[in-house]
Design a protein around this ligand. Structure first.
Ligand SMILES: *[C@@H]1O[C@H](CO)[C@@H](O)[C@H](O)[C@H]1NC(C)=O
Ligand SMILES: *[C@@H]1O[C@H](CO)[C@@H](O)[C@H](O)[C@H]1NC(C)=O
Ligand SMILES: *[C@@H]1O[C@H](CO)[C@@H](O)[C@H](O)[C@H]1NC(C)=O
Length: 226
């Protein structure tokens, strides 16, 4: 760097060449310049270290975010049946028996289910439902069974609707939609997230024997937040 700085002196004309005193000054001046460039280098180094630290912190934050990011609960329908379905006048004692599971797949995050509502749909119309489980807290890596039945007041099937089931059955299957609406909160260490309303939407097809068809069994239900 500093041989370059000498060039102006070598190229200066004799008349304005600095006297010896001035030379001593300029020597001091160059010493000053060296010191200055050293300072610049040090501040550049500090800047580089600071930037590297910043990038490192960013990467760590990103990894933490990836590992702490909550996974949504996973719903699967295990069993589902409508025992009276094969009968022509089965609507009088219509009943739906269900068994589903909800899994908290998170490693360190718990889930509070503040409420859980089951609604059964047939062709996008509600045919029944009920309130599920009391508010409960699900520990990380826990699977909880949601099992029960819908009948009587909780399952409204008219003879007309039953005829539609029969028509569907003649084609091989009756498809219902098993919908779980839940208000959940994530618990990350001691911090609770805000409430999220979540839907799990499980299509279930029932065959002529009144039981869930194998192709619908054990499927992971799509889950979305509203
Ligand atoms: C529901 O299904 C799960 C998983 O297959 C099983 O462990 C549980 O015993 C079943 N519960 C009922 C009430 O059928
Ligand atoms: C209907 O659902 C309610 C909860 O929503 C429950 O208390 C009641 O026992 C259910 N009745 C029948 C007949 O399943
Ligand atoms: C999940 O949690 C519930 C309630 O705390 C408990 O009854 C159940 O045994 C747990 N299941 C597993 C697989 O740990």
């Amino acid at each position: 760097m500093w041989p370059e700085k000498q060039i102006p002196i070598q190229s200066s004309t004799p008349e304005n060449r600095p006297p010896p005193v001035e030379r001593r000054h300029s020597a001091r001046y160059y010493a000053h310049r060296v010191k200055e460039s050293l300072t610049t280098r040090i501040s550049k180094l500090i800047c580089a270290i600071f930037l590297a630290l910043l990038i490192l912190v960013g990467i760590i934050t990103f990894i933490l975010w990836l590992s702490l990011r909550p996974h949504r609960p996973r719903f699967h329908v295990q069993e589902f049946s409508m025992p009276s379905l094969p009968q022509e006048s089965g609507f009088k004692n219509a009943q739906i028996v269900y068994n589903a599971t909800v899994r908290n797949a998170n490693q360190n995050i718990g889930i509070y289910y503040d409420s859980m509502q089951l609604t059964m749909y047939y062709q996008d119309q509600s045919i029944g439902g009920s309130q599920l489980l009391f508010p409960f807290y699900q520990k990380p890596k826990n699977t909880t069974v949601i099992a029960g039945e819908l009948a009587g007041r909780n399952l409204t099937v008219t003879s007309q609707r039953w005829q539609e089931f029969m028509t569907d059955l003649a084609d091989g299957e009756v498809v219902f939609r098993f919908d779980i609406t839940s208000t959940i909160r994530f618990k990350i260490s001691t911090w609770d997230s805000k409430r999220h309303v979540m839907h799990a939407n499980c299509p279930v097809g029932i065959g002529p024997d009144g039981l869930i068809l194998p192709s619908y069994k054990d499927k992971r239900c799509p889950v979305y937040f509203v």
